[in-house]
Each structure stands twice: as structure tokens, then as C-alpha cells.
Design a protein around this ligand. Structure first.
Ligand SMILES: [Fe+2]
Ligand SMILES: [Fe+2]
Length: 306
């Protein structure tokens, strides 16, 4: 049997079923003919991330695979893969609040209340704009915390208890909220400038806060997430009373949260609010662990939500 025909046979027999039921299709028979030999037939990245749509020529054997959805249609997103999509837990309690009893908790709570005031004043009922800019900030703490725990794990030659992954998952999830909102609203130049400045300040401030006191940093994020839940509740209220148009959900949201094709913006806000409630619980829990004199690695991280 020639090399090509044996590779083709192998190709047709290998439809890999992922844990969420999505099929992973090899890009071409050549991809199974030997990774090192697979080069020019590599699948070009999707149009969205390669505007020129020119095929990438490389002999390094790392070209992307073609993916398919459950219905057999092609997977069109390069920014996330089918196994990263999930159904959020909509039954999560969206009214939960951590009572600030200690001095540290009160400090964290009032820090968030102080930060909240100018943003509510600035955005008022412009929910889409508010949500979009909120997400650019919300995606920072998980990345900073995850990065610092990663470095700590390397420095101390010790496990992290899954917390590095949990925090990086949170950051990625927040970034996907942002990717969803930019399908619905395009930021103006001054909003981009605001994000640029806020990120410069917030990243460094949170980095220093996490170095000084991780339990305080997580408590602040816990309260920030409580406010995120509240602002999405306001968004839902205005969608329900008709003061905000309930447009169809963007395609990226339908695939990321495995929503029905006829989903609307209201459905999107519902799932994002559930995500924020999960982030709230995770960060308050991370702070509670450390307030009890333990380290994060002593208690397994709540992984597997996404
Ligand atoms: Fe978010
Ligand atoms: Fe969040």
C-alpha cells in the first residue's frame, strides 16, 4: 500500500470524539502521514485571524487542525475551541453577598464602592459600553494572580493546588465576555484611550496589591464581581422593560456558551451574569482560605466550571 493511501485510510478512521461531543478532524490525510513531513498542506487559519487568507507555509508540523461542530459544520473560531465551550450554571445565586466584618473586608468593600461611583456616573444606563469597558478591567486580576502563583510555584518547587489554572481560566472567560461585547458595540477612540490608561494603572496596582496581600486582592475581586453581577442585573432590567433593544445573540456567544441558535442578547447577559457570580464565589473563597491561615495550595481550586 502506498504511503498516501494508507494515510487516507487512517484519516477516514480517525474521527476523534472530544469530551463535549465535538469532532476533531485532521486537516488533511498528510497530517497523519508523519508530523515531521506535514507542511505545505497545512490548513490556513480562518479568515477572521488571517485577513490575507494566505496559506501558512511551514515545515514545523504545528499547523492547526480542522474542527467540526456537533452538527458537522465547520468550527469557525480560532480564538477558542469546542472543548472550551460550556453551559453555565444559571441556577447560581446572583444575590449572594459577603458581609464585610473584618477591617480588611471593610477596606476591600469600600475600595470597590469608591471605584464603582465614577463608573456609574460616567456610563449611567449605557449598558453595552459599560459592560465592554468593565470586561477589559475584569480580565486583568485572574491573569495577574495566575502569573504570580505560577512564579511562586516555580520558586518554591511546589504545587499550586490547581489555583494557577483556575485564575487563568477566569481571565480567559472574562476576555471571552469582551470578545462577545465587541461583536455588538464598537468602542470609540476615546473609550480605547480610556481602556489604555485604566489598564496601565489597574494592572500595576493589582500586581502590587497581590504581592502585598493576596487575601485582600482576592477579596477586592470578590466585591468587584458582586458589582459586576449587580450591573448585569440592571442591564437585564432595562432589556425587560424595553429601554434596551433585545437584539439577536452574536454567533461567537452561541458557540461559546452552547446556546440555541435563536438566542438573544438577554440570554447572553444571563450567562455572563452567571459567570460573574462564579468568579465572585471563587475569589471570596480564595480570600477565605487565606484568612484562615492556610495557603491556596492547601485547598483544591474549584476547577471544571468552564
Ligand atoms: Fe466578565
Ligand atoms: Fe467576572
Amino acid at each position: 500500500m502506498s504511503r498516501t493511501s494508507s494515510a487516507t485510510k487512517l484519516f477516514s478512521s480517525l474521527l476523534i470524539q472530544s469530551k463535549h461531543g465535538h469532532r476533531l478532524l485532521p486537516s488533511s490525510p498528510a497530517s497523519f502521514a508523519g508530523v515531521r513531513n506535514w507542511s505545505a498542506s497545512a490548513t490556513p487559519p480562518a479568515k477572521e485571524e488571517n485577513p490575507s487568507n494566505k496559506p501558512v507555509v511551514s515545515y514545523w508540523g504545528v499547523a492547526p487542525t480542522k474542527l467540526a461542530k456537533e452538527d458537522g459544520s465547520a468550527w469557525k473560531w480560532n480564538c477558542f475551541r469546542p472543548w472550551e465551550s460550556y453551559k453555565p450554571d444559571l441556577s447560581i445565586d446572583v444575590k449572594k453577598h459577603h458581609k464585610a466584618d473584618t477591617l480588611m473586608d471593610k477596606g476591600a468593600y469600600w475600595t470597590v464602592q469608591t471605584l464603582k461611583f465614577p463608573t456609574y456616573l460616567f456610563f449611567q444606563r449605557r449598558h453595552m459600553c459599560h459592560a465592554m469597558l468593565l470586561e477589559t478591567v475584569a480580565a486583568v486580576p485572574g491573569m495577574v494572580g495566575g502569573m504570580l502563583l505560577h512564579c511562586k510555584s516555580l520558586r518554591r518547587f511546589e504545587q499550586s493546588g490547581g489555583w494557577i489554572k483556575a485564575l487563568l481560566e477566569e481571565a480567559e472567560n472574562e476576555r471571552m465576555h469582551l470578545m462577545t461585547f465587541i461583536e455588538l458595540a464598537k468602542p470609540k477612540w476615546y473609550e480605547r484611550a480610556l481602556v489604555f490608561a485604566v489598564q496601565g494603572v489597574f494592572f500595576n496596582a493589582y500586581f502590587l496589591a497581590y504581592l502585598a496581600s493576596p487575601k485582600l486582592a482576592h477579596r477586592i475581586v470578590g466585591y468587584l464581581e458582586e458589582e459586576a453581577v449587580n450591573s448585569y442585573t440592571e442591564f437585564l432590567r432595562d432589556l425587560d422593560n424595553g429601554s434596551f433593544e433585545n437584539v439577536p445573540a452574536p454567533a461567537i456567544a452561541i458557540d461559546y456558551w452552547r446556546m440555541p441558535p435563536d438566542s438573544t442578547l438577554r440570554d447572553v447577559v444571563m450567562v455572563i451574569r452567571a459567570d460573574e457570580a462564579h468568579h465572585r464565589d471563587l475569589n471570596h473563597y480564595a480570600s477565605d482560605i487565606q484568612c484562615q491561615g492556610l495557603e491556596l495550595k492547601d485547598s483544591p481550586a474549584p476547577l471544571g466550571y468552564h
